[in-house]
Design a protein around this ligand. Structure first.
Ligand SMILES: [Zn+2]
Ligand SMILES: [Zn+2]
Ligand SMILES: [Zn+2]
Ligand SMILES: [Zn+2]
Ligand SMILES: [Zn+2]
Ligand SMILES: [Zn+2]
Length: 449
């Protein structure tokens, strides 16, 4: 479970003294490091819930303390569920914050928007990730024990272990992370017929950048301009780094850094796509196409407008059609290959957009164009100490006399500890267990008062 307080209190965190006795300076230093870390993890304003923005792609947190493991936006995860047990899901598309809706049970209340018992957001798609379970293997995700990098499927948005994707756990993955932008998992390739129909035309066809990776590490379908050397690493791939691989950085933090770069990389790519002469406007023809009407397993996006057929080129540029069973993908599967499909950088420009091909993309606008991802506004108070933030926003909501388990409560508390220790630090006194115990005793009394 991705649990922010666990991240902070991890015994493996660097800078946290582990011996019984230490000088107060050590502890203050460690506490400041933790505070800086907390700000880095959550440098966002948490006074604006995304509910009014409707169904968007945004970072989500599933609350395991409230009813039904429903998910809330980043702001609500802090302001309304800060002391609850949360599963961090990173970016998920087409999702509206469920804080203060009936989905979270009667009496659910959003303290930012003062919304209570709003109707459940019926378009939100809940899957096992919201229960903290990920990948084909169904393992829970724990940022402290997870040693593997994880990949996010572009279609189902599940997070997958590299070893579950590639089949080998102890060797370097056959495809470097800078050799692909994103991937579609084998479950989607096999189980989602619409996705399969699109990908099968391209997958494994050399030059397309729609790649298959064999169990022996052979890669087919590399892009025509593929660089083979150690080119510049583009961090656009949706990768969740395991703790070990991230040089001891907490996975969530690393992922956030990636997500930030991701947005930049994607927006620059998007500009390129938008400037190309590919019109995108009216869906009528596409929506009435019988081959695209059964969108049982894909959420339909409201903005997936397609131009009328007459505005589209009639000449098809896709790889030639071959009989079913003879595509590289079918042959690959027949020999036991895992049909995870890897999409190279700039994959949105891979597909033919002729009048025959384009309608099959109507339910997958994210294949045609980079997605907009909501990023919570940065907190202008991020330089403020978290103690002050706690005073400003949260002190009046802190659970009294309970275990201290939110970042805010923690930092507020640890600031008091710092104040307690500062005079001892000044005099160079060695801190003993007794000092700490007497501090906790005073805390308990203060809380009961
Ligand atoms: Zn919210
Ligand atoms: Zn909650
Ligand atoms: Zn809320
Ligand atoms: Zn797995
Ligand atoms: Zn998938
Ligand atoms: Zn075509």
């Amino acid at each position: 479970m991705l649990n922010r307080e666990a991240l902070l209190f991890s015994p493996t965190r660097e800078g946290v003294p582990s011996s019984d006795d230490f000088v107060a300076d050590d502890l203050i230093g460690a506490q400041e490091a933790l505070e800086a870390e907390a700000r880095e993890i959550m440098p966002y304003k948490f006074d604006a819930c995304t509910y009014d923005l409707g169904y968007i792609k945004q970072p989500l947190f599933a609350c395991q303390t409230c009813l039904n493991d429903r998910a809330v936006c980043a702001a609500c995860s802090i302001a309304c569920h800060g002391d609850h047990s949360l599963v961090e899901l990173f970016n998920r598309r087409d999702f509206r914050c469920d804080c203060g809706t009936e989905a979270m049970g009667a009496g659910s209340f959003c303290s930012i928007s003062h919304r209570n018992d709003a109707p459940a957001n019926t378009r939100n798609r809940y899957d096992k990730n919201f229960k903290g379970v990920f990948c084909f293997c169904g393992r829970p995700y724990d940022p402290h024990t997870e040693v593997e990098d994880m990949l996010q499927c572009l279609v189902c948005e599940d997070w997958l272990h590299e070893s579950c994707v590639f089949g080998a756990s102890d060797s370097e993955p056959p495809l470097r992370q800078d050799e692909f932008d994103t991937m579609v998992c084998q479950r989607c390739v096999r189980g989602n017929s619409e996705v399969r129909r699109i990908l099968e035309r391209y997958a494994g066809v050399e030059g397309t950048g729609v790649m298959l990776v064999g169990s022996d590490g052979t890669v087919s379908g590399r892009p025509a301009s593929a660089e083979t050397g150690q080119g510049e690493v583009t961090p656009a791939t949706a990768v969740l780094h395991g703790q070990v691989n991230a040089n001891g950085e907490p996975a969530a933090e690393k992922r956030r850094a990636d997500a930030h770069d991701d947005v930049e990389a994607r927006s620059s790519k998007k500009a390129k796509v938008d400037s190309s002469p590919q019109p995108v406007s009216n869906p009528t023809q596409a929506l009435s196409d019988p081959t695209t009407s059964a969108a049982h397993d894909s959420p339909v996006c409201e903005t997936n407008d397609l131009p009328p057929a007459s505005a589209l080129p009639s000449e098809c540029q896709a790889p030639p059609l071959v009989p079913p069973g003879e595509t590289p993908l079918a042959k690959f599967e027949a020999t036991g290959g895992r049909s995870n499909v890897f999409l190279a950088d700039n994959f949105t420009s891979t597909w033919c957009r002729c009048r025959q091909c384009l309608p099959s993309f109507v339910n997958f606008p994210y294949l045609l164009d980079e997605e907009d991802v909501y990023e919570p506004p940065e907190d202008p108070d991020a330089e403020k100490s978290t103690f002050e933030l706690g005073m400003d926003h949260l002190l009046n909501r802190m659970p009294r006399g309970q275990a201290i388990d939110s970042i805010q409560a923690f930092t507020t508390f640890s600031d008091r500890l710092k104040d307690y220790l500062r005079p001892l630090a000044t005099s160079g006194t060695t801190i003993t267990k007794d000092h700490i115990e007497s501090f906790f005793e005073a805390e308990r009394e203060r809380r009961q008062a």
